[in-house]
Design a protein. Sequence first.
Length: 226
Amino acid sequence: MSLVAGRGPLSNDPAGWFSPPLPDDPVYVEPHPRRVQGFRDGRMVIDTERALLVHRRNQPLSYAFPASEVDGLPNEPVPEAPGFVHVPWDAVDTWLEEGRRLVHYPPNPYHRVDCRPTRRRLRVHIAGGVLVDTDDTVIVFETALQPRLYVDPSHVRTDLLRQTDTSTYCNYKGFATYWRAVIGDTVVEDVAWSYPDPPAESLPIRGYVSFDETRADVVAELPPAT
């Protein structure tokens, strides 16, 4: 989603600027020569290496398929790509791209996750209890998002954390596990999260913990927000 989301170049709040300016509603369409498959009721209903990616402002990244390769599925024409159609994400049960199961949206070829060991300090406290205070951290630079610090659980008061039932998914970091903080009578839900089994690009933060600055007092030594 990185061209159109966050501070991406086609978002409503880009981090940079174009010169000369782009039109108000640019749409970027590009070939996507990867094998994309869709399954419904256990049967493969899409199998193509001729998909397009459509980057449209204020909308998730989407596939466009040759109309001749879509049969029996709801679809609508893509005006910017004659002969191609859009299939709603929930029209199939399972999407695969080169054998990797996708959730929510296609992975973006322009999205990068760069994890760097650093000496930037992270301090987290709740209700007078210090959960983290270390400069042995990993800073994550993720396209179109503000940098964030992660920390090895050996530097965390994990005895004050309890796993919750919350789970989220990112195509670039995998499924997240969430944690509540329990400090005396104070309970803060989903104050922290970690990725126990991330894909290759995010392996340096496997099992590492990050904290929600809206739910705890977090002091993180980060670059200035842009």
